[in-house]
Ligand binder design. Structure first.
Ligand code: ARG
Ligand code: ZN
Length: 899
């Protein structure tokens, strides 16, 4: 399945590339396995009893069988009870162990030992604090035992865990505990059996001093499921929101998709050292503490929302991922895109759908659009990889979710459900492909979705350009759309996509106009979906009473960049009156984007603006008005208003210009914030007074929305230099009763030269010295400061006793926040930010290539930058590339960036 690549990379590369086109089913089935673990922090021994069965339809005579393995010390190996001899029967190779004369069938027993304490890559079996835990997706199981480590090989696992009862009182694995007891010498054991055949990436083991929070869920067919959240004793009081989110998820999946949980127990374990967010191991999810633990004093509204979403995400994987899994890792989006879509729909139902949708789109534009336009751009279903961990990307996850959403848009909620039902009916218990999913959607609805397949195979963000014409004589209105997609690595030319454009028409005074396409018998009232499938296509509407304002891409119905020359008046009408909340927000963002791009244009050298253009003033005034009168205006939503007042992010703005000058984008954005804060100070202060919470903290969407608007007002006022607001921020940073308000105030305050700034930061650190997750926030808030001394501060914080370079949350909180969230300073013209990041990448790569490969990303899009920065970024990429012993994870990203 792997060949040395000779074409796509510089000649110096020795990278091994895995290609989708080379897929072959496994030579052997391993229908069952019994594993015994003698758990120990420094030396864990693993015995695997594996049933081997050759697949004669695949196997070619004379072939050897490669069992994957990495960093394993082999202690013994027998086949049908007979010891195997190295050289004659097997060979140890870099990727594992090769059985030279594999039998038709038989029982293979291996014993290996591993050192969890030395595993800083956090893949396979590793130590987190006093605990031992595993992360096997994508290819971590091979670091536990020799195995055919691929997702299309499904086996039934029985796992016996043996450990010191004092050090590891709790012993967990997938499925049900069928036996446990004590043993001589202070040891004890537990045996777990998972009746569902699963791929190795869903395997999990946890051992440690853990306590559980327990609850129950009764499925709609009346079965009782035990729910258990396992944490350190000190964290047990913070699991309530996670548990509630889990129960909501279980009920939602029954209601919306008819999907019930299938085991009698569902366990979640929170660990402090984790490369990603969480992992959906069958019956035993392992979570980053960040996505489990919350209470009002330590978690923000954003944290509460993140917990709800990730708990749901991992739960939903039980059907979309575990019951139906991926044939190979190229199909990763089959489970991830679909499951992200499902968790987004869930969050929309639990909270405000419009606010959720806007948040999802902001995230997509800030992270996925740049990825799709840069040197590591890849299709939702990639064709090749060097290191699969580099493909757990915004493209696979978030663009993948947009692709699934487009089925939903094209087929409707009922049609989508029919497709899901057929998908499970056909594929339950199988490992399948994105094409299988698309076929289920098409067949269940009797439609042809072959062109839709290009969303999986072609990278890049399509651009849709719209022109239109109204004919007063015939009362017809014609929209003409053209689509194109920029070249991406390996894909110079693109074929047209099938793009659903959800739309409607408005009159000049903002009324909804009915829509009737040529050839249709009657007009429609609400949003309709146009299907753009050609490079250029026209849609003509008849009986259009007046020249309409088109509202296009409602709900962000496709992951494209849509361009049309709306007038300022049209945008104001859309922002005020469109029936679709997303479109209202989008119209306002377009107004803001125009001003920001004009201000940042390098051709318009001049002092930073101090005034507000009328378009922006009108927009801000209209947004604030419902909240500044005697009573709050009917239907006014504070959460939505907060989003309307949030200026487009610098990463998104950078996507819209041909050459990026990060300092100019930053300055333009700051100047506009400041101008808004000055001009609307009175209104913003009224909002602060109106939305100051007095009762106990509620993590509801409504309460969070009030806090969001209030803290947005505070941010704008502080940006405007308002002294009352700065004093308020200082008080709130010291004494707010909840973390949302406290952190928002601290975030505003760290940009200022307030005399108490350092004292307040220090007090915050002292208040939360024992709370790792809050300390992460404390590092982040300093890394994001707009003050000019931030890099010096960040560098100093690397030496703070609470910082831990081995802990991914800490590295992301300090280094990652600075390099991705503080664009102006990361891109400082003296190259200091680039040098800092390269140093951190090289240091991190020495022990955790997976984490290092994620850190390096901000250096990759150097070709988009102005000439001075290009050279500086390139030089740092070169320096990383030349580091001896670089991981293949970082090598892949850096070589793609330099190609
Ligand atoms: N499947 C996990 C999820 O739900 C992500 C695990 C990825 N882990 C990794 N090392 N690549 O999103
Ligand atoms: Zn996932």
């Amino acid at each position: 399945m792997t060949v040395a690549d000779s074409s796509a990379l510089p000649p110096a590369s020795t990278q091994t590339v895995t290609r989708l086109a080379d897929y072959r089913p496994p030579l052997y089935r391993l229908p069952s396995v019994s594993l015994t673990f003698w758990l120990d922090r420094q030396k864990t021994t693993v015995e695997a009893r594996i049933r081997l069965e050759r697949d004669e339809a695949v196997y070619r005579p004379g072939e050897s069988l490669l069992l994957h393995g990495g960093k394993l010390a082999l202690e013994s190996l027998t086949l049908e009870g007979e010891p195997l001899m190295e050289g004659r029967d097997y060979r140890l190779v870099p990727d594992g162990l090769e059985l030279l004369n594999p039998p038709v069938a038989g029982e293979l027993v291996s014993r290996v030992s591993i050192d969890p304490s030395a595993n800083l890559e956090l893949e396979g079996l590793y130590a987190s604090g006093d605990m031992l835990c595993t992360q096997c997706e994508a290819e971590g199981f091979r670091k536990i035992t020799y195995w055919l480590d691929r997702p299309d090989l499904l086996s039934v696992y029985t796992v016996k865990l043996i450990a010191s009862a004092a050090d590891y009182p709790v012993l967990l694995a997938n499925g049900n505990c069928i036996e446990h007891g004590t043993m001589p010498g202070g040891q004890h054991f537990a045996v777990w059996h998972d009746p569902f055949p699963k791929p190795a990436y869903l395997f999990a083991v946890v051992a440690g001093q853990l306590v559980k929070t327990a609850d129950r869920f009764t499925t709609r067919s009346g079965r009782t499921v035990d729910l258990e959240i396992w944490t350190r004793a000190a964290d047990a009081a913070k699991t309530g929101h996670a548990m509630m989110s889990l129960k909501h998820s279980m009920a939602w999946d029954e209601q919306v998709f008819g999907l019930e949980y299938d085991l009698d127990i569902y366990m979640i374990v929170a660990v402090g050292d984790f490369n990603m967010g969480a992992m959906e191991n069958k019956g035993l999810n392992v979570f980053n503490t960040k996505y489990v633990l919350a209470d009002p004093q330590t978690a923000t509204d954003l944290d509460y929302q993140g917990i709800e979403a990730v708990i749901a995400h991992e739960y939903f994987h039980n059907w979309t991922g575990n019951r139906v899994t991926c044939r190979d890792w190229f199909q990763l989006s089959l489970k991830e895109g679909l499951t992200v879509f499902r968790d987004q729909q869930f969050s929309a139902d639990m909270n405000s759908a419009a606010v959720q949708r806007i948040g999802n789109v902001r995230g997509l534009r800030a992270v996925q659009f740049p990825e799709d336009a840069g040197p590591t751009a890849h299709p939702v279903r990639p064709d090749s990889y060097v290191e699969i961990n580099n493909f757990y990307t915004a493209t696979v996850y978030n663009k993948g979710a947009e692709v699934v959403r487009m089925y939903h848009t094209l087929l409707g909620a009922d049609g989508f459900r029919r497709g899901m039902d057929l998908y499970f009916q056909r594929h339950d218990g199988q490992a399948v492909t994105c094409d299988d999913f698309r076929a289920a959607m098409a067949d269940a609805n009797g439609v042809d979705l072959s062109q839709f397949g290009r969303w999986y195979s072609q990278a890049g963000t399509p651009v849709v350009r719209v022109t239109d014409q109204y004919d007063t004589e015939t009362k017809t209105y014609t929209l003409t759309m053209t689509q194109s997609c920029p070249p991406t690595p390996g894909q110079p030319v693109k074929e047209p996509f099938l793009i659903p454009i959800a739309m409607g028409l408005l009159s000049a005074d903002g009324q909804t106009l009915p829509t009737q396409l040529t050839g249709e018998a009657t007009a429609q009232a609400g949003t309709r979906v146009l299907r753009l499938s050609d490079v250029r296509q026209s849609f003509t509407f008849v009986n259009v009473a007046e020249a309409p304002i088109p509202s296009l891409l409602r709900g962000f119905s496709a992951p494209v960049k849509l361009e049309r020359a709306w007038t300022d008046a049209e945008l104001a009408t859309l922002a005020a009156h469109d029936s679709d909340a997303f479109a209202r927000w989008e119209a306002g963002q377009t107004v803001l984007t125009r001003v920001l791009l004009a201000d940042a244009d390098p051709a318009s050298i001049g002092p930073a603006r101090t005034d507000l253009p009328e378009t922006v003033a009108n927009l801000v005034a209209a947004t604030l008005a419902p909240f500044t009168g005697e009573t709050v205006g009917a239907g006014a939503d504070p959460a939505f208003a907060a989003l309307c007042l949030a200026l487009p992010g610098e990463a998104y703005l950078a996507e819209l210009v041909p050459v990026v000058y990060p300092d100019r984008l930053h300055a333009a954005r700051n100047a506009l914030r400041t101008a808004i804060g000055r001009r609307y100070a009175d209104d913003l202060l009224k909002i602060i007074a109106r939305f100051t919470d007095t009762g106990p903290f509620q993590p509801t969407a409504e309460a969070a929305g009030r806090r969001a608007l209030r803290n947005t007002a505070l941010d704008l006022l502080v940006a405007g230099g308002n002294s009352a607001a700065i004093a308020l921020a200082a008080d709130q940073a010291k004494a707010a009763g909840n973390m949302t308000d406290r952190l928002a105030a601290l975030t505003a305050l760290v940009d200022t030269d307030h005399p108490e700034r350092s004292a307040i930061l220090e007090a915050f650190q002292a208040d939360f010295a024992e709370d790792a997750l809050v300390l992460d926030k404390w590092f982040t808030v300093q890394a994001l400061s707009r003050r000019a001394d931030t890099l010096a501060q960040v560098t100093a914080l690397l030496g703070h006793p609470a910082y831990d370079a081995k802990n991914p949350n800490k590295v992301r909180a300090l280094v990652g926040s600075f390099t991705t969230g503080n664009r102006a300073q990361f891109h400082a013209l003296d190259g200091s930010g680039y040098g800092f990041l390269a140093d951190q990448v090289i240091a991190t790569d020495g022990f955790n290539g997976k984490l290092a490969a994620r850190l390096v990303a901000p250096l990759a899009p150097w070709k988009k930058m102005d000439p001075a920065r290009q050279g500086l970024m390139r030089a740092e990429l070169d320096r990383i590339r030349k580091t001896p012993g670089l991981s293949k994870d970082v090598t892949e990203i850096v070589e793609k960036a330099l190609a």
